[in-house]
Design a protein around this ligand. Sequence first.
Ligand code: OFO
Length: 172
Amino acid sequence: MISKKVEKALIDQIENEEQSSRFYMAMASWCEVKGYPGAAKFLYKHSDEERIHMTKLIRYLNDKGGYAVLQKLDMPDSKYESLLQIFEKILHHEVSVTQNINKLFETAFSSKDYTTSQFLQWYIEEQIEEERMFKGILDKFRLAGNETGGLFMLDKELDSMSGAKTTDVNPG
Ligand code: OFO
C-alpha cells in the first residue's frame, strides 16, 4: 500500500503532467494560426505525450492502492512573441519538470518506497531525453537565425520529428 506522502507527491506530478499537456496544446494552437504547421504538429504530438505521462502515473497510483484525484489547472499563455520564444519557454519548463521529478524520486526513496522509486526511473530517463531534444532544437534556431528561409526549414524539420517518438501507457 502506498503511503499518503508518496500518494500526494504523485498527485502533484499528475497535475504537472496535465498542466504540461495543456501548455503544449496552447503553443500548438498558436503555431497553427501563425503559419507554422510543422511546429504545430510537433507540439500537438508532444501535448499527447504529456497526457500519456499523466495517465501512466494515474494508473500506477491506482494500481498500488492509492487514488489519483485530478486537480484544477492554470490557464496557459495565449500570446507569444515568436517561435524561438516558444522553444525557449519549453526548455525552461522541461528543466523545472526535471526538478519536480527529482524531488518526487527523493520523496519516494526517502520513504523507502523502492517500488515507486523504480517506477520513476522511466520519468528520469524521459526528462534527460526531453531536455536533450529541446536543447538540440534551440541550437538549430541559433543556426537558422531570424530569416524566413531558416524558420521555414526548421518548421519542416519539426514536422518530420513529429512521428519520431511514442510512449506507452502501461502502469509500470
Ligand atoms: Fe512529462 O515530460 Fe515533458 O514535461
